[in-house]
Design a protein. Structure first.
Lengths: 264, 292
């Protein structure tokens, strides 16, 4: 499902202009990473996709729905949004209820709900924790509950807001696996991240925001090599990209395989 | 006598079945910058709470062994005495912000108000602390209107302003952009050089290697390994036990298997990796291009 953002501007009630004219099209099934410095407008932008925020001017189209004319409840069937802080998202007394809440609200049949919940729990490796209270789990697992409860809604568009924050290597790999699975199902995945190595290894398209505007937009390989422009929005290229540059490689390398190939 | 001294500390939360910390022994010297690494669930945050006195004074539970900071024993002190020596920046800044203040300036002054610092001194200390962490432009904003990374800077500043002798930081840059992270690490390094003792929990190993004096690897509630940053962070044990390691380390380890890494030690930082891989490249390609 296509997302079309046209001349979007957004000013908070305090008078702070967080989005200063963004136009962007994301086509169905794309995997997009949004990067940029703190306060660049990343979270403000994605909160327009499910109607949590309304444009001050300009428009956001989710498929053929204009977010200004569509309720948040209705938009929830097309856009799933995993919060940056799971504590702002979770409210049920056990994991199973939490994960079932979303698909049930969307009015799916019981069989469909059961199937979706089971799949979400398996993907996030939560199958043995269904009876736990989310707040008795560690922050790591709470993050996975937040992921599962959105994946279970089976929306064509899924947004992750800094999914790898505070996660160890094992859990980052788990999250990468979830994203790969969503990609194979043809879903659009949009991820805000500061973890530029994670970005390089999992996303094909990168949008860099700075001060409420799009600074760079294109294939990850092209964007992540542009050290000087990225520095304007406080982003460093991935570790191996920087290393390749310092060693004088002509090609931009993004991961271990590409690096070792270039070294030989 | 070490400035921080943990002897055989074992701790269990009131409702958990197994101890989260098991026989932890840890010494940190005054002015030392020590970093703690470990997979999720290793007990890193609990260790931070123990250093800050929240374990056991606030969380209760069962504790054995001894925790000493600046010559004082935790079990013989109260939390309000303890906070004069030790400051903790929480993993989640949202949980740290008081909720009682309308502006960032007042939020940062909150701790000083509680210990009765005179008004004029309070103002100048808040100004200085905000300048140190680069958040002067946020002074009049509501703490709740900030982005995650900005909130994290406010949380850090509200601890630094207290000038604790021991600064405990639980992933203080997890929501910050990379260049913000580097600035904060630089600030923390500077505090250590001025005599503050620092214990930092962090996943970003590249920065630890560059800034910390010593690294402690925690696994299942016990110290698995400790030593100089490069030694600990390139250890095979870390990779085998689910610790985060730098891409430079993992790539060089793979390169070594293929005969493409000629040095004995593996790299953790960019500079170490550039130096090592330059030996692999046929001259003159790639030589003398060590940019910035």
């Amino acid at each position: 499902m296509k997302i079309e953002i046209k001349d979007l501007r957004f000013t908070y009630p305090t008078g702070l202009e967080a989005i200063s004219g963004i136009s962007l099209t994301i086509t169905a099934g794309e995997q997009v990473a949004i990067v940029g410095q703190n306060g660049a407008g990343k979270t403000t932008l994605v909160r327009h996709f499910n109607g949590l925020l309304q444009p001050t001017s300009g428009s956001v189209l989710i498929g053929d729905w204009d977010t200004k004319k569509t309720s948040v409840a209705k938009l929830a069937s097309r856009v799933g949004y995993v919060f940056q802080n799971p504590d702002e998202q979770l409210f049920s007394r056990d994991v199973l209820t939490e994960v079932t809440f979303g698909p049930r609200n969307l009015g799916y049949s019981k069989e469909k709900i059961d199937g979706l919940v089971k799949r979400a729990l398996t993907l996030t490796e939560l199958s043995d924790k269904t009876e736990a209270n989310p707040y008795d789990l560690s922050p790591t697992w709470r993050k996975m509950v937040a992921l599962a409860s959105i994946i279970a809604m089976d929306t064509p568009i899924v947004i992750f807001d800094e999914p790898t924050t505070g996660q160890d290597a094992v859990n980052v790999a788990r999250i990468a696996n979830v994203i790969a699975e969503l990609r194979s199902e043809g879903k659009t995945v949009i991820t805000i991240t500061h973890d530029i190595d994670f970005c390089a290894e999992n996303f094909e398209r990168v949008v860099a925001l700075s001060k409420g505007r799009v600074l760079l937009d294109g294939p990850a390989r092209e964007i992540l090599g542009q050290e000087e422009i990225l520095a304007q929005t406080y982003v460093d290229p991935p570790q191996l990209t920087r290393l390749g540059k310092r060693l004088g490689f002509k090609e931009t390398v993004r991961n271990q395989d590409e690096f070792l190939k270039a070294l030989k | 006598m070490a400035f921080v001294n943990l002897q055989n500390v074992t701790y269990k939360y009131p409702l958990t079945k197994t101890p989260v910390l098991q026989n932890v022994n840890l010494q940190v010297n005054e002015g030392e910058f020590v970093s703690i690494v470990g997979p999720n669930g290793a007990g890193k945050s609990t260790l931070c709470y123990a250093l800050a006195g929240f374990v056991p004074h606030f969380f209760k539970g069962e504790i054995s062994g001894s925790i000493e900071v600046a010559g004082k024993e935790s079990s013989k002190s109260t939390l309000d005495e303890w906070v004069l020596n030790v400051g903790l920046a929480f993993q989640n800044p949202f949980n740290q912000i008081s909720g009682a203040k309308y502006t960032v300036f007042e939020e940062i002054a909150f701790g000083l108000e509680n210990i009765g610092v005179p008004r004029e001194e309070m103002k100048s200390r808040v100004e200085d602390a905000m300048a140190l962490t680069g958040i002067r432009d946020l002074a009049d904003r509501s703490p709740y209107s900030l982005s995650g990374g900005q909130q994290q800077r406010v949380a850090l500043t509200s601890i630094l302003v207290m000038r604790p002798k021991l600064l405990v930081l639980d992933e203080p840059t997890s929501q910050m952009d990379p260049i913000g992270t580097r600035e904060v690490f630089g600030t923390i390094r500077k505090m250590a050089e001025e005599g503050m003792t620092v214990v930092l929990v962090e996943h970003k190993v590249e920065w630890i290697a560059e800034f910390a004096d010593r690294v402690i690897a925690l696994k299942d509630g016990s110290v698995m390994l400790e030593g100089k940053p490069n030694e600990v962070l390139t250890s095979d044990l870390l990779a085998e036990n689910g610790f985060g390691i730098s891409r430079y380390t993992s790539t060089a380890r793979e390169a070594k298997k293929q005969g493409l890494w000629k040095k004995e030690n593996l790299p953790v930082t960019l500079d170490e990796a550039v130096e090592g891989f330059a030996l692999t490249l046929p001259s003159p390609q790639g030589r003398g291009e060590s940019g910035k």
